[in-house]
Design a protein. Structure first.
Ligand code: CU
Length: 336
């Protein structure tokens, strides 16, 4: 039987419609929803540190499969009520083993955490108890979301295609925010001499579901030319993400948060190193803002947001951020 093109197109549309109806939610037990973790620019420099979308309504016993879309690692973590956030993401939920295996079940009585997920990794969680739950990333403090788990009889406001479109919108918005537009040069000590390099930048965006961060994982000046004896100042402008300025030998992971032994502290709190010749090593340790103010928690001191290096001889001095060099966060100082 020969069909006209329009008949075949109609059949195709009908099948598509049936497919959409069958794959959409109403009345199906153990439905699996999808949430994207992170989004990034092609050059990896701009990162949306976000659950996409960061608010979703599901039914009791439904699953959510979280899928990483990025090279920056993230965890998907549901802590139990009033659990204290670990100081270090490698502690995961704080038990042994620290991380859960997929598929996991969350019922609000014990913590569930995916290990750090990288691009393409997935982690599935079934939600067996009604309630409203916060999802966090243990690596990025301003990356949170809310899962509303409703009883099976309750109507749900949206279906998966709505969340997919919302995820795309939120990713586009965050990535467009993750740059230096509208930010002037930094106001540190070296500003007048213009040997100033901004280390990362970010904006935290909030909505009813939680917080997302639009982060730039770059040095503003990846190549700077100076004179022998000059000092360059790096300043981290990101409100939460640590970065390092690392010359020469990269330190072991366990000591990356701390400055190398040669680093001194200036009177205004900035860290300072001197490099005598190309190839010499120095490491800033974490350069980062103080944590956000939180009531009933001891107030932390100001952050260590600046690192200075004085260059004693001519040559080329490459440097990296030891945390984000894999995303292309590198630079060099040319000393004439
Ligand atoms: Cu970095």
């Amino acid at each position: 039987m020969r069909q006209s093109l329009s008949t075949r197109v109609s059949w195709f549309c009908l099948l598509l419609l049936v497919g959409v109806i069958l794959s959409s939610k109403p009345g199906r037990a153990d439905f699996t929803w999808h949430v994207q973790v992170g989004a990034q620019s092609k050059d990896l420099g701009r990162q949306a540190l976000a659950f996409l979308p960061n608010e979703i309504w599901i039914h009791q016993n439904d699953n959510i499969t979280f899928r990483s879309a990025v090279d920056e690692p993230h965890t998907v973590t549901f802590m139990k009520p009033m659990q204290v956030r670990p100081i270090d993401f490698t502690q995961g939920c704080g038990g042994v083993p620290p991380f859960s295996t997929s598929p996991a079940t969350f019922n609000n009585t014990s913590c569930v955490s995916a290990p750090p997920l990288f691009k393409g990794d997935t982690f599935t969680i079934q939600f067996t108890k009604t309630g409203n739950y916060k999802v966090v990333c243990l690596l990025h403090p301003d990356m949170t979301g809310t899962i509303h788990v409703l009883a099976a009889a309750d109507p749900l406001p949206h279906e998966q295609p709505y969340y997919d479109a919302l995820a795309d919108d939120q990713a586009d918005h965050l990535l467009s925010e993750a740059d230096h537009d509208g930010h002037d040069g930094h106001g540190g000590w070296q500003h007048a001499a213009s040997h100033a390099i901004t280390v990362g930048d970010a904006e935290i965006l909030a909505n009813g579901g939680g917080k997302s961060t639009a982060a730039l994982m770059r040095f503003t000046d990846s190549t700077m030319t100076i004179q022998v004896g000059d000092t360059v100042e790096w300043e981290n402008r990101d409100p939460a993400t640590p970065h390092t300025i690392t010359f020469g030998k990269e330190p072991d992971d366990s000591v990356v948060p701390f400055p190398s032994a040669d680093v001194t502290t200036d009177h205004d709190g900035a860290r300072h190193a001197t490099l005598n010749k190309p190839g010499d090593s120095t490491h800033s340790g974490f350069i980062m803002a103080a944590p956000e103010e939180v009531p009933f928690v001891p107030t932390p001191p100001p952050g260590t947001t600046k690192f200075r290096v004085t260059f004693k001889s001519a040559g080329t001095y490459p440097f990296i951020c030891a945390l984000h060099d894999g995303l292309g966060m590198k630079g060099q100082i040319i000393v004439k």
